[in-house]
Every structure is written in C-alpha cells, then in structure tokens.
Design a protein around this ligand. Sequence first.
Ligand SMILES: Nc1nc2c(c(=O)[nH]1)N[C@H]1C(S)=C(S)[C@@H](COP(=O)(O)OP(=O)(O)OC[C@H]3O[C@@H](n4cnc5c(=O)[nH]c(N)nc54)[C@H](O)[C@@H]3O)O[C@H]1N2
Ligand SMILES: Nc1nc2c(c(=O)[nH]1)N[C@H]1C(S)=C(S)[C@@H](COP(=O)(O)OP(=O)(O)OC[C@H]3O[C@@H](n4cnc5c(=O)[nH]c(N)nc54)[C@H](O)[C@@H]3O)O[C@H]1N2
Ligand SMILES: [Mo]
Length: 646
Amino acid sequence: YLLLIGRSMGSSMGALHTLNEARACGCHVVAIDPRMPDIAYGNADWVGIRPGTDAAFVLGLINQMIENKTFDKEFLIRHTNGAYLIKSNGTPLTEADFRKDGSTSVFVVANSAGTLSLRSVKRDEKGAAIGFIEDENFKPELEFSGEAILANGEKEPVRTAFSVLKKLASEYTPEKVQEITGIRPEALKGIAFDYANNKGCIDDGWYTSKNGTDVELYQLICIANAMNGNIDQPGGLIVTAGAGFKVPSVAAGKGPNGETWAMAKEKRIDKIVYPETSGTYSVALDAAVSGKPYPIKAAFFVGTTMFHRQADAKKLAENLKKLDLVVVQDVLPQELVDYADYVLPATYFMERRDMSGVKWARDGSIYLSDPQLTPPKGCEARHDVWILLEILRRAYPERAEHVGYKGCKTAEEFNAYFGAFVDRGYKKFLDDCEKKKPGSAEAIRKSISENGWATIKTKKYGEYPYLKPFGTPTGKVEIYGFKSFSKPGYAQAIAPISGYIPSPAYTQPKADSNEFILVSGKNCVTCSGLNMFTQPTRFMGDRTVWMNPQDAARLGIRNGDMIEVEGMDSGYKANTQVTVTKRVVPGAVFAYGFSGGVRTKTLIKDPNYQFVKEGINSHWYDTGYAQPVVGNVANNSAVRINKVRG
Ligand SMILES: Nc1nc2c(c(=O)[nH]1)N[C@H]1C(S)=C(S)[C@@H](COP(=O)(O)OP(=O)(O)OC[C@H]3O[C@@H](n4cnc5c(=O)[nH]c(N)nc54)[C@H](O)[C@@H]3O)O[C@H]1N2
Ligand SMILES: Nc1nc2c(c(=O)[nH]1)N[C@H]1C(S)=C(S)[C@@H](COP(=O)(O)OP(=O)(O)OC[C@H]3O[C@@H](n4cnc5c(=O)[nH]c(N)nc54)[C@H](O)[C@@H]3O)O[C@H]1N2
Ligand SMILES: [Mo]
C-alpha cells in the first residue's frame, strides 16, 4: 500500500517501472494531489486535495490511527523518541536537568511506576554514531505524564513526546480535515484503515518547494510512517544501500592526488542566511542588490535553467541585471542566456565517458556510460570540467596545478587527463571489492562491460534505526524534533512538531471567486529545460492551464478559451489557453513546470520553436518566500483568472 502525497511519479527517474511491478503484485496506490497525476489513469486512486493543506490530512490520518488503536505501539516505544519526556516549556528532559555536569544529549524515559531511565546515542572516538546506550529490559510508558524533581529541587511537569503528538492530532477530526483540505471524511477513514491494515508506506518525497510549509509536512509524513512501524522493512520507507564508489575528486582543501590547501574562512553565502539549507540560490542574487551578507558581483551558471527552476522569476530578472558578470555554461540557449555576458557551450552526457554510483535505487550499484556521440567537426562545445579547469588555469594557475591540470589543447588530451581519475577510482574500488570478497572484481568488471552497470550491495533490511542510529539527536525516528533545540533561534523557525499552517508564501484566495492557487509539477515529455527545446515537445507537451468545470462554469470559461493569469502577489500578467478538466480540484489551477512561457530572444527566432512562448511559466507568479533556517522556496502561488474577450 503506497500513499503518494504531492508525487507525480510519471517523471520520477525509473521509479515508474518499479511502481508498475509493485502494482502488478497487488500494491494499492493512492495519490493525494490537487491534480490527477498520470499514474492515476491506471489502477491507482486519486484523492484531490486543496493545495498547501496536506499537513491537516496527515494529522487526520495519525489521529485515526490513534483513535482506532491501529498504530505500532512497540515500534514507537523502541525505535522512536515517542516515550522520551518533554518539559512544560517543550524542551526535552535531559540528564543536565538532574545533574550540574549532566549531558544535554542524554534523554529520559519513564515506566508506568514512574521510574526513570536514561537513553543516548553511543559514539566512537571520532563522534560517529554507532549504537544506543539504553537498558533494553526497561519498559518505557508511551503516554506517561507526571513530575520530575530537578537538580534545583523544583518539580517539573513532564509528558512524553507521543502525548504531545496525540493531543495535537486529536484536533484533526475527519470533519475538521474536510473543512481544511476538502477531503471527505469517508475517504480519510478509508485511507487510514487501508494504510494501517496493509502496513502501508508514505513516500517521503524530496522536493520541498511547494508552499513554504514543506519541512513541517515531511516531518508529519515521517511520523505517519513510524506509526505503522514500517521503517527500513520490505514494502516500507527504507534507507537505500549505496555502492560506496568514489573517484579521486576535489573536496574542501583536498585534491585528487592528495594535495592540500587552506580554504577561505567565509561560509557559503546561503549557509549564512539559511544554515540548514541544501542550496538556496536566491540569497546570492539578493546579495547582488543589497550587498548583504556580503556583496556578490558575478554569477556562473552551469547546467541550470533558473527561469524555469527558481521561484520568483521577476526578482531573478531584476537581480541578474545588477551583476557585473553573468556566465552561462549550457548545452542549449535557454532563457538565462539572454542575461549572459558570456555563453560557454558544453557537451552533452552522451558525448562523454562517465562513471558513478547509482543514488536513487534500493540496491547499491555503479554504472559506466561510454560516449555514444562525437561532437561534429568545428563544434566549440567542450566537456564541462574542461571548461572550468581552463578558466581556473587562466585565473589562478597555481590552483589548477593543485589538481595536476596544466592545460589541454584537444578533447582527446582532456579525456585522457580526466579519464585517468576515473580509471584510478575504478581500479581501487575493484581491488577493495576483491579484498572483501575474492572473485567479486571479475564479476563486477563483467557486468559493467556487458550491461553498463553492476550491483555491488544488495539492500539489507532492518538496519536503521534498529542497529544503526539515524542522524537525529536521539538516533531514533523523532516524532518530536529535538533538532529544533540544537541551536539558538531554531525552535522558533523549525517547531518540534506543527499543526496545519496556512501557506505564508502567498495570499489565500477567496473561495468561489476568480482567485486560485496555481500549482505545478513535471510530466514525462515536457519537463526539464532540455526537453522543452526538442521538437516533439511541440506536439506532446501541454502548455495550457487546467481548471475544474465547476470554476469554469461560474466564470463563464469554456475549454480551449484564452484566459489571463494575473499574479495576486506579483502583479504579473500573461495569457494562455485553458483546459477545463475534472483532473484538478476546484479552487486550484495547474500548469506543468518547464513547459511554457519561455521568453528567450535567441532561440525563438526559429519558427519551429515559436511554440515555447505559449503557456505560462509559473515562477512569474511566485513571491520567492523561503522558509527560515532551511531556506526552501515556495513554488505555488495565488493568481486571478480573468476571461479574455475577443
Ligand atoms: N522525465 C523527467 N523525469 C524526471 C525529471 C525531469 O525533469 N524529467 N526530474 C527529476 C527530478 S529533479 C525530480 S525532483 C523528480 C520529481 O518527481 P515527483 O516529485 O514525482 O514530481 P513532481 O511533478 O515534481 O510532483 C509534484 C506534484 O505535486 C503536486 N502538488 C503541487 N502542490 C501541491 C500541494 O500543495 N499538495 C499536494 N499534495 N500536491 C501538490 C503537483 O500537482 C504534482 O503532481 O522527477 C525526476 N524525474
Ligand atoms: N514550477 C516548477 N518549478 C520547479 C519544479 C517544478 O516541478 N515546477 N521542480 C523543481 C525541481 S525538483 C528541480 S530539480 C529544478 C530543476 O531545475 P534545473 O536543474 O534548472 O532544470 P533542468 O531543466 O534539468 O536544467 C538543466 C539545464 O542544464 C542544461 N544541460 C543539460 N545537460 C548539460 C550538461 O551536460 N552540461 C551543461 N553545462 N548543461 C547541461 C539543459 O540544457 C538545461 O538548460 O526545478 C525546480 N523548479
Ligand atoms: Mo528535483
């Protein structure tokens, strides 16, 4: 049983094939999405939801599991921080509350008699988490509440993390959930029944740029998975194996041949503003205007579409003009090229040799792709790394020397230089495999030469968090985020657990009016800035905006009409064609990302590519709102739909 919340799968890297195998084996798939994803054409259910309200749905699901006692109590006690005690101010009770020299990383559980026991993560000399320190015979109470006597002699009311979750979830009755999400009580109850009965799993996504409340949502999704005890088990939410393959490369202060150097003291600019971000580009562009936290004067874009990727295209366009230097290194003349001082053409992956680990699969594998195309004679395009090294060599020759690069005149010369790293990494990897398991190197070499890939490590289930701790403060699945208390100011920004929060990223549209939430997603034929510029896209792509028949009737709009989409927050206006369809919920409109509204001057001079101008680019309507501390930027927005006459 698989629940997909805001996952279209139609585009998801090879996962569709596995999904279909699962369905053929009887896996029931349910998609919770404001629009019906393509997978729901087959034997999958689609449950429409009002955009940005998913947290209420998940809390409703958790509440049903608690009310019906269908949750995995044993798992919650043993493998989550559900039984860990929380003080009245919301912070965890720790050893430091009892002893002056006590640790704030040692947490406390209680049994039904009120006896306390300590729990913490076991670490090696280097600080790496290797296990748990806890009394396995101690039976913690999941719903304990009572008083603890602290070091200063004061009595402190305490309760378990699970009690906090239970109280929060209790507000999300099926009726309340319907009011917020639009999902019928019977649908919620049915999903809660099936999900628990089949020990289902909710995909945990990875694209957290929808409504500016995504971190909270994904935390709730993980909690709902823990409620089923279905973590790192077959058919559950798993930690993938990984192959452990590395080629000699450049890391902070370390070169491929063992060279070392001092790194600049400055932190990456987005890490200053959003310390927990995995990458928030808007900070750099803001700094181009404000000079804060430090001034940015130049930007170098390698293989990213920016205008179709980044929320708030309007600000992007303004900020790009403020930079002294913009360089775009790409394979196609996408919109960003219009803002570039220099355009550097790169070769495509099919023109290069590439060896790497497979990241997004259950088992750990490696692959080797050989070049299948040769760039035509006279073509200026070069391998991405070659371009970058040539710039490095001219700007900072000593740094290029650090990585043993002295300049290459021809592609063959560069490929030999670069290929040597891959060969060295591959050889070392094979030697290591052979040492661990004699005979394995030959088997891997054979599989690579015959298939282009080889599976190195088969997934072992039941490791995390049963034997190996997660990276959380407790090492367990945290149904109450202790990370929130790890640094000053964090608890205000990342609550340990949250209820439904209306999106702070855009104005909430008025019901039954011409105001809507605009959502986007990918599809197999038109997503990615690359596919957009292939001719078949003209015929396969969908550059319209979808609207529910109920809304269309109220506004007097018919299928195929031209409409004007006006940003409620951004003020931006553009015309496009409308598709009137029940595949989107009332109150929301949908457009594929990467599909339309291209404004580049260069490419669309070609009459064959005029079509890329059709449709809208949803990012012209975004506010650019980013979540504090984590920095994920919201892609959904609020728009007015106006009928175009004539
Ligand atoms: N062919 C192809 N395949 C690709 C890619 C590609 O470019 N081309 N890209 C790859 C990448 S980088 C990724 S991240 C994956 C993405 O794979 P998925 O995450 O499966 O795909 P998306 O289309 O981004 O999913 C977004 C879905 O969320 C819905 N949605 C929007 N707002 C809300 C909301 O508030 N609530 C809910 N419940 N749903 C909402 C949208 O309608 C959409 O269906 O695909 C990968 N696969
Ligand atoms: N509205 C909306 N916005 C979204 C999303 C959405 O669903 N809806 N999805 C979000 C997600 S999950 C992601 S991952 C991002 C993706 O955003 P991007 O990563 O910017 O998207 P791509 O379209 O994959 O951009 C790849 C660019 O690299 C170029 N390219 C391809 N191969 C090479 C190469 O070998 N070398 C070089 N130098 N260039 C190359 C292509 O021509 C293209 O211009 O977008 C995000 N933004
Ligand atoms: Mo992505």
